[in-house]
Design a protein around this ligand. Structure first.
Ligand code: B12
Ligand code: SF4
Ligand code: SF4
Length: 256
């Protein structure tokens, strides 16, 4: 059964897939897997190559990310339908990023950790930049998981440390968000990676409330407001990909 499922998934064009036993998934701040699907047995983790992040234009890199997300969503839905049709399985699709439950005590924290799931499913190891490095595609990957009540044989974890400790990700981080090993400083990263996200939105409206009517008019013709509006209508807009694109691991092997 696992071989057939794997073949189906790779046949859709997914770059790699791994399987983890639910009991092997542990992420301190994640909800337990039963929160998403009671009776869940297996996490199926999929790897998609990020193709456009080499662009010097953050807008174009982001557009490529959206292409990838669109493809991921389609694959997840098709696989869930296939598992139901072939094996009468119940499957849920875990978000690439949003939506996430929004609680005051869980700011910028997802309900489920794609990185922990990927490591548990034998798809890579964690690098100095706190991202998953895949043995073939390096760190230029997006991760998405499906949780199912099917029992499927798990993959063995990657034992090797795939990070070559060159520190290029740390040096190329514009926000110095990676200075402390094993920790991403979320506030510093968000300033650069999502300058038009929630924080900017709140700041904008606080300023708006404090301003005179003439200053308020000016705020609406400022590019910051336009970028924020665009981010709202498109969804999450990232403006920094440096830690991913500066990592040399897997760059020449990705085409294999
Ligand atoms: C919210 C979020 C952010 C927030 C805050 C992240 C945070 N809290 O650490 C911000 C905006 C800062 C952010 C930034 C980025 N993100 Co982000 N983010 C997420 C998201 C949606 C949720 C993260 C989360 O809250 N997880 C729950 C916590 C508990 O678990 P965790 O983050 O996996 O684990 C952390 C710790 O536990 C620690 N850790 C300690 N020991 C161990 C041991 C193991 C085995 C693991 C796995 C982790 C770990 O490492 C992690 C880093 O702090 C995930 C998708 C997802 N649902 O997982 C993407 C995700 C992590 N982001 C991703 C990316 C690519 C980025 C950015 C490059 C931005 C961009 N341009 O896309 C930067 C990179 C920052 C960096 N170098 O760390 C990818 C990573 C892909 C990969 N190759 O690993 C993910 C997985 C999206 C996806 N579905 O592919 N992100
Ligand atoms: S996304 Fe940019 S700001 Fe955030 S950790 Fe990576 S390099 Fe630093
Ligand atoms: S850039 Fe270098 S130090 Fe950073 S994760 Fe990649 S290999 Fe490791």
């Amino acid at each position: 059964m696992k071989t057939a499922i794997k073949q189906y998934i790779l046949g859709l064009g997914v770059d790699d897939v791994g399987f983890a036993r639910v009991s092997d998934y542990y992420s301190a701040k994640s909800y337990p897997i039963d929160h998403f699907l009671s009776g869940a047995k297996t996490i199926i983790v999929m790897v998609f190559q990020e193709l456009g992040i080499e662009s010097p234009s953050a807008t174009i890199a982001m557009n490529s990310r959206l292409d990838m997300n669109c493809f991921q969503r389609s694959c997840s839905y098709q696989i869930s339908r296939y598992l139901k049709r072939q094996y009468q399985a119940t499957t849920v699709d875990m978000p690439y990023s949003s939506p996430m439950e929004q609680h005051k005590d869980r700011l910028a924290l997802a309900d489920f950790s794609q990185r922990h799931a990927a490591v548990a499913a034998g798809l890579g190891s964690l690098g100095r930049h706190n991202l998953v490095i895949h043995p073939r595609f390096g760190t230029r990957i997006g991760l998405v998981s499906l949780i199912t009540n099917l029992e499927l044989e798990p993959n063995a974890p990657v034992q090797q440390d795939l990070c070559i400790h060159c520190d290029l990700c740390v040096k190329n981080c514009p926000g110095a968000a990676l200075d402390t090993p094993g920790k991403t400083d979320v506030s510093k990263c968000i300033l650069h990676s999502q300058p038009y996200g929630l924080r900017a939105d709140i700041g904008f409206w606080q300023q708006f409330a404090a301003n005179s009517p003439e200053e308020q008019k000016q705020m609406f013709i400022d590019e910051k407001y336009w970028r924020m509006k665009q981010a709202h209508s498109i969804g999450m807009q990232y403006y920094c990909f440096n830690c991913m694109r500066s990592c040399p691991v897997g760059v020449n092997q990705a085409a294999l």
